[in-house]
Design a protein around this ligand. Structure first.
Ligand SMILES: *[C@@H]1O[C@H](CO)[C@@H](O)[C@H](O)[C@H]1NC(C)=O
Ligand SMILES: *[C@@H]1O[C@H](CO)[C@@H](O)[C@H](O)[C@H]1NC(C)=O
Ligand SMILES: *[C@@H]1O[C@H](CO)[C@@H](O)[C@H](O)[C@H]1NC(C)=O
Length: 506
């Protein structure tokens, strides 16, 4: 008996058990579908198709969940013969509880008749805490296991990942041979990250010890490189990809184009060549932007006339929001236009509304107050910490200018809210506010961009001195644009154009 024979035997045994598991899962699926239809008391059962949404944290109530539930409510409205399946790890909530939270949190009414939950027990495998080291890899393998659990409980006719678990695609295609698609909020790893390790820059996932040691750094680069290789391969399994912003599109598109000849060659020369069978036949070239819908109903009702001379900032007191830049810009304005600092008609006020989550944020607020004092502008600046929703709306209904200073913000829902409320946005010239939100509408501007205290101050002055007619027209245009572009209808249109329907079995 030699070792080789034992090893070969073991490999065959493993392959045999995997294949028989696959067969078992596949052959039982028709009955599982029937059971779901029976539970939902469905009629016309032969017409029904199953669209599965992989969203293990579906009860979290965040922006990603709004996208999920809006998509499902759209399916319920347009496609009565589709049963939406949500793969969820929220085992301690019931279907009724989840639906009622969707109603209170997002004001979305879902019909229980065409919606079914498949509850998954192994969600802990995709949590950060489960993988203190090699988190990306661990979570990805964990998500594959979770997808296996999902498929063994029910295989859909079309699988859509709405949480960014691209590694699940392999499992779904292998087990269910079902087409997959995704709505991507954020790439798991970006080509930027890879570059950063390559150039050994410090970054939050790249601690000092690693960037100073050559061997570790090379090891880390290899790890990222291999990870990127497989991530890109996973994404290419998708039949359609939607992304939530142009920032995400740029990253996802560059990942789809990513090539690594060395790793390709390695795969050709070793048993890893088998993995090539997992390659899809057609290759997706790019993702489609489908902006998430924003709820602007309240704000869009505010009157546009008679706005107070208030510059409003609406941002949590987090470091990246760069509130200090707001104080400097405002200071600059008062220096170049002292009349704005005098009591009376011309007086301008800066109001910073934002949440303070913890002791660091609270300390930051104190620091900002001290800075305002040092700049001699404290009597013109008001801090509104932890404002309630009505208080925030009240400021939105009164302000003239909406200020956002964060650099490279991926999106900026606060900027959409400014515009819907009729508040003219002045934002940093980068990221979502530059590329997605404050962009010309019918060839005319919807707001202003700036980069330095001087240019911010100039933009404020421009808005404050707009002739009344132009002022009103700009507010109206910004509102019309924001409400329309980030509307549910536009979202639905984006899904329609992504072509997801043609992947349903006929
Ligand atoms: C896209 O998703 C990311 C990650 O959740 C988020 O930071 C960003 O704001 C989102 N963009 C939009 C347009 O909602
Ligand atoms: C704001 O809210 C946070 C958490 O909700 C709390 O810890 C903090 O003390 C609050 N700060 C103020 C100034 O109200
Ligand atoms: C999307 O397509 C469905 C089905 O064809 C249609 O009913 C719906 O009106 C479309 N929505 C938009 C916004 O185009």
């Amino acid at each position: 008996m030699n070792v080789l024979a034992v090893a070969t035997g073991l490999v065959w045994l493993l392959l045999y058990s995997v294949f028989s598991a696959i067969r078992r899962i596949r052959s039982g699926n028709a009955d599982r579908k029937k059971a779901v239809l029976y539970e939902l008391k469905t009629t016309d059962t032969h017409k029904k198709k199953f669209v599965g949404f992989f969203h293990p944290y579906c009860n979290a109530g965040g922006g990603g969940e709004r996208v999920l539930w809006t998509a499902i409510s759209m399916l319920q409205r347009d496609e009565p013969d589709i049963i939406s399946i949500v793969y969820s790890g929220d085992v301690d909530a019931t279907k009724e509880q989840i639906l009622s939270k969707v109603k209170t949190r997002f004001d979305i009414d879902l019909s229980p008749q065409t919606l079914h939950f498949v509850f998954l027990n192994s969600r802990h495998l995709v949590e950060d805490s489960a993988w203190p080291r090699f988190t990306l890899l661990g979570q990805s393998l964990g998500s594959m296991y979770l997808a296996w659990e999902a498929m063994s409980k029910l295989m859909p006719d079309l699988f859509i990942d709405t949480m960014g678990y691209a590694f699940t695609f392999h499992v779904v295609r292998l087990l269910g041979n079902a087409p997959v698609g995704a709505y991507v909020h954020y790439p798991t790893i970006s080509t930027d990250m890879l570059e950063r390790v390559r150039s050994r820059k410090k970054w939050h996932t790249n601690s000092d010890a690693i960037s100073s040691s050559d061997v570790l750094s090379k090891g880390k680069l290899l790890y990222y490189r291999v990870f990127m290789y497989y991530y890109a391969n996973s994404l290419r399994q998708a039949s359609f990809l939607m992304v939530n912003s142009s920032w995400t599109k740029n990253h996802v598109d560059s990942i789809l184009q990513h090539t690594d000849h060395l790793l390709d060659t390695l795969h050709m020369c070793t048993p890893l060549v088998l993995l090539r069978f997992l390659r899809p036949s057609q290759t997706l070239k790019s993702a489609r932007i489908v902006y998430p819908p924003c709820d602007t109903r309240e704000m869009a009702k505010f009157t546009l006339e008679g706005r107070e001379r208030v510059i409003l900032s609406l941002a949590q007191f987090r470091p990246e929001k760069d509130h200090a830049a707001q104080l400097h810009a405002f200071h600059r304005l008062l220096v170049s236009h002292p009349e704005y600092g005098k009591p009376g008609e011309a007086h301008v006020q800066l109001v910073l509304v934002g949440g303070s989550r913890n002791a660091e944020d609270a300390a930051r607020v104190e620091g900002l107050k001290a800075l305002a004092k040092e700049l001699g502008i404290e009597e013109h600046v008001e801090f509104v910490v932890n404002a309630s929703f009505p208080v925030m709306l009240n400021w939105l209904s009164r302000a003239s200018i909406g200020l956002s200073t964060m650099v490279d913000e991926h999106f900026g829902i606060n900027v959409v809210e400014f515009m819907a409320a009729g508040v003219i946005p002045v934002t940093h010239a980068s990221g979502g506010p530059l590329n997605d939100i404050v962009v010309p509408f019918n060839g005319e501007p919807t707001g202003y961009h700036a980069t330095s205290p001087e240019t911010f101050a100039e933009a404020f002055h421009t808005v404050l001195t707009l002739p009344p007619g132009e002022d009103l027209a700009l507010r109206q245009r910004a509102r019309t644009w924001a409400v329309q572009r980030f509307s549910e209808e536009e979202f639905e249109n984006g899904w329609n154009e992504s072509g997801w329907r043609k992947w349903l079995p006929s």
